[in-house]
Design a protein around this ligand. Structure first.
Ligand code: SF4
Length: 106
């Protein structure tokens, strides 16, 4: 009597399960891209990677000391250098950055 699962079938199944695990882990580990200052959406809102670079003549609403880190629209995990922002979906922004969408935390 032969077993319904051949050795070849079992080995193939294990290879597929392993490959799925590896690719699944890679997908989970993929980080969103950092928002580029040259991205049209970033340019439109005057995003800079470091708030010290804000042109306060061009953006008179800039409040000294304001950064992404103390902006209401910053999302994600405190402590990370780059975090998601409500305004720039699928990208992360520098916590030291700033844009004209800055909103004071409550
Ligand atoms: Fe940074 Fe806030 Fe502008 Fe988002 S909305 S880029 S968190 S200042």
């Amino acid at each position: 009597m032969t077993h319904p699962l051949s050795r070849r079938t079992v080995v193939k199944s294990l290879v597929w399960v392993s490959a799925g695990t590896v690719f699944g882990e890679r997908r989970a580990a993929a980080e969103p891209a950092k928002l580029s200052v040259s991205d049209p959406a970033a340019v439109a809102l005057g995003y800079v990677e470091n708030a010290s670079q804000v042109d306060s003549k061009k953006y008179p609403n800039y409040v000294k000391g304001s950064t992404c880190e103390n902006c209401l629209k910053l999302e994600g995990k405190p402590g990370d250098a780059y975090r998601p922002c409500e305004l720039f979906k699928d990208k992360v922004v520098s916590v030291n950055g700033w844009c004209s969408g800055w909103t004071a935390e409550m």
